[in-house]
Design a protein around this ligand. Structure first.
Ligand code: NAD
Ligand code: UFG
Length: 341
């Protein structure tokens, strides 16, 4: 079976993908600088699967270190998760985001070329559709005007991959545009572990429910949606991880660039999330309605037909599963991977 290098593999989506790849019989090598994660996640991946992961502490911008990883392992494909992802921070510190996100991509492509590794899957985002495209988003739409530097790094990296694949006919690239990943592995052993105040909805909800934060502020209830709150395409992180397993099979037998949306195709509102979370978990999520957050779009969701047709992938988990598994992780790990058992 093939060996897959997960750049940024100790993070939220990388660790869940590691579990699904190992379960599918792939060997996994992970490299991470732990700027937003901990080696504990990979230890728990090994615990869940009963299989080893070779873990490197490495900055993905370090070409010499990457060359060493490619020398020491026979890598068939790379999945590039390594990046900074906080939208608000990217507005305050754009250079940090451009430096980290673009350089990781360039270093991977350069060292892969030297090592003769031809297959790469990239963690892109629905944010590259920008503000103007109509919903649901389709892969054939042009990338749009992004609302923040984080989004621009994704759009720029997509362009870099496309240009690299045009110049090298042996290169096989898959750009996966994630919608809104939430939830956790059903074991409750791995999950999302934000540092500091969470930027994203679900970790905020779980931290309110567990008593770490007083209340959730719902950003706006005057949008033109069914209940006035924003609508998003929330996807269970385990479904998302399984999409990567399908993408690995595809990228190994392909050349050129292919783009896939990974979403469910069904949007839910912020109120839906709060109400479902309270109902399935039997807990209260104190909340107030506040002002709109700058840059938020009223609604976006995927057309997920292409991934169904070409990757033979579709989501299986419900919103209830997402809320239950997110809470199970938070309850078992109130401090995330800090203070591990
Ligand atoms: P995460 O922060 O949990 O994982 C990213 C990992 O990359 C972390 O472990 C971090 O330590 C590592 N990393 C960052 N810079 C690095 C560097 N220079 N060298 C080595 N390691 C580095 O985030 P995630 O939610 O797992 O996201 C994974 C990828 O998916 C990111 O590229 C993110 O932008 C993208 N994405 C995430 C979402 C989401 O909502 N979670 C949505 C769309 C796209
Ligand atoms: N929200 C709240 N209160 C909070 C946090 C979020 O009401 O405390 C709302 C937001 O206004 C939004 C929804 O919950 O309507 C989801 O917000 P998230 O921050 O969880 O997710 P976003 O849709 O804003 O962002 C996601 C990814 C980004 C990506 C962006 C656009 O996290 O990586 O989609 O594709 F850039």
């Amino acid at each position: 079976m093939a060996t897959i290098l997960l750049a940024g593999g100790a993070g939220y989506i990388g660790s869940h993908t590691a579990v699904e790849l190992l379960n599918a019989g792939y060997d996994v090598v992970a490299a991470d600088n732990f700027s937003n994660s901990s080696p504990e996640s990979i230890r728990r991946v090994e615990e869940i699967t009963g299989k080893p992961v070779k873990l490197y502490e490495a900055d993905i911008r370090d070409n010499a270190k990457l060359a060493q990883i490619f020398r020491e392992n026979s890598i068939d494909a790379v999945i590039h998760f390594a990046g900074l992802k906080a939208v608000g921070e990217s507005v305050a510190k754009p250079l940090k985001y451009y430096r980290n996100n673009i350089d990781t991509t360039l270093s991977l492509l350069e060292t892969m070329q030297e090592a003769g590794v031809r297959n790469i899957i990239f963690s892109s985002s629905a944010t590259v559709y920008g503000e103007e495209n109509p919903v649901p988003y389709l892969e054939t739409m042009q990338r749009g005007v992004c609302t923040n530097p984080y989004g621009w790094t994704k759009a720029m990296m997509e362009q870099i991959f496309e240009d690299a694949a045009k110049a090298d006919p042996m290169l096989s690239v898959i750009l996966l545009r994630y919608f809104n990943p939430i939830g956790a592995h059903p074991s409750g052993r791995i999950g999302e572990d934000p540092l500091g105040i969470p930027n994203n909805l679900m970790p905020y909800v779980t931290q309110v429910a567990v008593g770490k934060r007083e209340f959730l502020t719902i950003f706006g209830n005057d949008y033109p949606t069914k209940d006035g709150t924003c609508m998003r395409d929330y996807i269970h992180v385990v479904d998302l991880a399984k999409g990567h397993v399908k993408a690995v099979a595809y990228v190994l037998g392909h050349s050129g660039t292919e783009v896939f949306n990974l979403g469910t195709g069904t949007p839910y509102s912020v109120n839906d999330i709060v109400n479902t979370f309270e109902r399935v978990n039997g807990v209260k999520v104190a909340h107030v309605y506040g002002d709109r957050r700058a840059g938020d779009l009223p609604e976006f969701y995927a057309n997920a037909d292409k991934a169904a047709a070409l990757l033979d992938w579709k989501t299986e988990k419900t919103l209830e599963d997402m809320c239950r598994d997110a809470w199970n992780w938070q309850k078992q790990n109130p401090d995330g991977y800090r203070n591990p058992d």
